[in-house]
Design a protein around this ligand. Structure first.
Ligand code: CTP
Ligand code: MG
Length: 335
């Protein structure tokens, strides 16, 4: 690992720009898909408001953070101020309301880690998960969407990394690998620490948007249209950045003592967060701080077996991009 830390990327790395951008283009959802999602949201809103006139529905996750590929399911959050019902009761009631309409496979999963109602809309063909009052997810969705508008390379990079993670089987939290949300934060962090930087740190700037969600103050600069040339000093291409991302996670990140933090735009120490030892199931083998829920390590799902899998995959990807004669095929080869 030490010897590889000195490495430069291959001289013809830019020949990968065309295939990477073509892959990105093929993954972007077409406009009509967005319209169908809106249509389903409106239908759900009308049904919900008949029972709860003050309730609101928000899209979150990949359908709203601009990191969603074509044909994804949608994630919806029901914001409701219903003090005399607990979450399970609300979910069961919600499922009843939705079943009475023409929606299919309506199911309340009240015992899941994040309790939801699942459904499928036969008109648009879209599947949807509805959770209750998960407003932090709605706010972190906005943060990700705002970052994506600053420099086009973030969205390109994250699509390619997510596609790689799905192809290689390392996007499965129940198997100890990382969520899509974690991968996008890793991409944002990576672009924040490039020199010159490609992304700023929105939470360190003067706040123009602020909401309090369950005692957590979420504040950041959201006038991103003013940041359109932020990354212009940095001329790195998408191929260089994809290589750089894997190289960083394979050979440069200090897994023993570092935490990546999009909130501060830099690395912070595990010691500072008291993430140096295992507490319960949190092993902190790769540390990714949630931008708002700062006690939450998105790497907490990773165990001593899956950390090895992950690091070997980062190294494999860096080495494929460096040495393989056909890196674009090899990189995404099914595991
Ligand atoms: N989320 C969160 N905390 C987590 C995991 C997820 O707050 N530990 C929220 C985030 O708002 C995230 C959303 O749940 O955007 C959906 O998470 P995930 O399924 O990981 O990401 P998607 O962007 O929906 O990715 P995919 O395209 O793979 O569905
Ligand atoms: Mg999702």
């Amino acid at each position: 690992r030490l010897y590889k830390r000195q490495m430069m990327c291959r001289s013809d790395i830019n020949s990968l720009n065309v295939p990477f951008l073509a892959l990105y283009g093929s993954l972007i959802p077409p406009e009509e898909e967005k319209a169908k999602q809106k249509q389903l949201l409106t239908l759900l809103e009308n049904l919900v408001n008949k029972e709860w006139p003050n309730a609101k529905l928000y899209l979150y996750g990949s359908c709203a953070n601009s990191f969603g590929v074509s044909k994804s399911d949608i994630d919806v959050c029901l914001a409701i101020d219903e003090t005399d019902m607990d979450k399970s009761e609300i979910l069961l009631k919600l499922a009843d309301i939705l079943k009475s309409d023409n929606l299919q496979n309506v199911q309340a999963l009240t015992r899941a880690r994040v309790p939801i109602v699942k459904l499928m809309d036969p008109v648009t063909g879209i599947s949807c998960d509805i959770c209750i009052n998960n407003l932090l997810a709605v706010v972190n969705t906005k943060l990700l969407r705002d970052y994506a508008q600053i420099d086009a390379r973030l969205r390109q990079l994250a699509f390619i990394i997510k596609h790689w993670a799905k192809s290689r089987g390392v996007n499965e939290t129940y198997q100890g690998t990382l969520s899509s949300y974690a991968y996008v934060l890793m991409c944002i962090h990576f672009l924040q620490q490039r020199r010159p930087a490609i992304l700023p740190c929105l939470q360190e700037m003067e706040s123009t948007y602020s909401v309090a969600v369950d005692d957590i103050e979420c504040a950041f600069f959201d006038q991103v249209e003013k940041l359109h040339d932020f990354g212009h000093q940095n001329k790195e291409t998408i191929a260089q950045l994809v290589w750089g991302f894997f190289y960083y996670w394979a050979y440069c990140h200090d897994y023993t003592s570092s935490v990546i933090s999009v909130r501060t735009g830099t690395i912070i120490s595990k010691r500072e967060k008291d993430w140096t030892r295992r507490i319960g199931n949190d092993r902190h083998l790769i540390c990714i701080e949630d931008p708002f829920e700062v006690s939450h390590d998105l790497g907490r799902v990773v165990d001593k077996f899956s950390i090895k899998v992950l690091r070997e995959e980062f190294e494999r990807a860096a080495d494929v991009l460096q040495f393989d004669p056909n890196p674009c095929v090899k990189l995404f080869e099914p595991y």
